[in-house]
Design a protein around this ligand. Sequence first.
Ligand SMILES: NC(=O)c1ccc[n+]([C@@H]2O[C@H](COP(=O)([O-])OP(=O)(O)OC[C@H]3O[C@@H](n4cnc5c(N)ncnc54)[C@H](OP(=O)(O)O)[C@@H]3O)[C@@H](O)[C@H]2O)c1
Length: 260
Amino acid sequence: MDRHVAVTGASSGLGEAIARAFGAAGDHLTLVARRSGLLEAVASAFAGRARVAEYDLATSDPAAWLPAAEAAFGPVDVLVNAAGCQVIAPFADVTPAAADEMTAVNFRAPVRLVRAVLPSMRARGVGAIVNISSIGAAAPPPYMSDYVATKAALAAFSESLGAELRGTGVNVLTVYPGPMNTPMGAAGLRTYGNAPSARMMPMGDPAGLALAVLRAVDRRRPRLTYPRGYALMRWLPPPAGFLVSRFGPRPVTPSTPGTR
Ligand SMILES: NC(=O)c1ccc[n+]([C@@H]2O[C@H](COP(=O)([O-])OP(=O)(O)OC[C@H]3O[C@@H](n4cnc5c(N)ncnc54)[C@H](OP(=O)(O)O)[C@@H]3O)[C@@H](O)[C@H]2O)c1
């Protein structure tokens, strides 16, 4: 398609799968994350059409990588905010530093990046912004208070902006993944000690979500829940919230801050 698609969190999990899907569709890619070796491995599949931006989005200016990316491939046509970090633990055990990191990566960076790419999209009357929130934003599970608050903030930002931009040519897609088969999802299962209530939850496939994101961008959809069954939790937040808060799994081992 020859768009410039910038994907944060492209070194792993959902961001990597989404980047590979846009790459397979013929787009130019800017791949953003800290682990450059993993980014290079993704980029090597799309030689000449993919650049690596090794960058820590928790730093003071999450958009500092953007000018070089736009100098190489032109203005960003699709921004995918997929980078994220998670701690699952009792609130008292989450350090202020870990809480700040979640706020910075999961909420502050996406908003700052949207602020940076939107003026050019508006001027051109075309563009797509994809924000990866979480189904936990609709039905917040226990032991994730800081994490899920950042995801709910991102979802509210994304839904509000999407409504504001309707009719401008710039589409905002808010994505609500359920539990996903990624390193973050696997870390979550370990935190729950592989409890049956955790293992019972259907896990989504990153490649399937990536194709659904591509389709939703092309069809200018406002939101996507994946796997589809979790959409019930977004449509019926009170009963879903009750069930999740009462019967959701409890962490049995200390959680790993971040994803590394
Ligand atoms: N897995 C799930 O069950 C699930 C469910 C709902 C929503 N989500 C959301 O989906 C998104 C992707 O998660 P995932 O499951 O794919 O997790 P993952 O495999 O752990 O990937 C997380 C990505 O975020 C990047 N990242 C983390 N901190 C960063 C920082 N400070 N600067 C730059 N990049 C950073 C990581 O790259 P580096 O480490 O290389 O920097 C990595 O590429 C996240 O926003 C997550 O909250 C996941």
